[in-house]
Write a protein that binds this ligand. Sequence first.
Ligand SMILES: [Zn+2]
Ligand SMILES: [Zn+2]
Length: 203
Amino acid sequence: MPEESQQSPSLQRADARNPWLFDTHELSRRPGSSLPLRRELPVETALGVPDVVEVPSGSTVTVDLLLESVVEGVLVSGTASARTEGQCSRCLDPVSGDVEVSVTELFAYPESTTEETTEEDEVSRIVDDWIDLEPMVRDAVVLALPLAPLCSEDCEGLCSVCGVKWADLEPGHGHETIDPRWAALVQRLEDTPGGDTADGSDR
Ligand SMILES: [Zn+2]
Ligand SMILES: [Zn+2]
């Protein structure tokens, strides 16, 4: 107990500095022991592509995870979910939605075989009992975001000529397009007095 009361303040400080860090000390390297972890984690830098779809900065990602002690380290698995904001790829209206993704990641103990046989960036590490959930969650969420979000599956998008949403246009909306070669002729007929009665009656 005295050890714990000594450690807690420093852990809380670390926690307040970066809520994405989690202390695995409680698992005490006993393979088979596990710890549930459900948290709302703050998003400081938006995840995704601005003006397409993103988890905006200032929002949160909810993680619902199980941390399991295994021989090589701590296996983290569960889900991450968040609200998304973006715009419809067809009509450009704002679209909000949800993203939920499964995650599974091994955080290797220092000096474990896994740690010693993999490259630095190949596998996540446990540093002084701490794991950093951010890279894992960030990568998984970004990959799960839709490439072309839609306001509705059958969104008809915009008229390619006037750029107005089809949903806002009259049924049968269209633009008369005249071949430029005919345009001059039409112009001449319109300029000729009585040109519109010239159809055969003169000849
Ligand atoms: Zn749309
Ligand atoms: Zn139009």
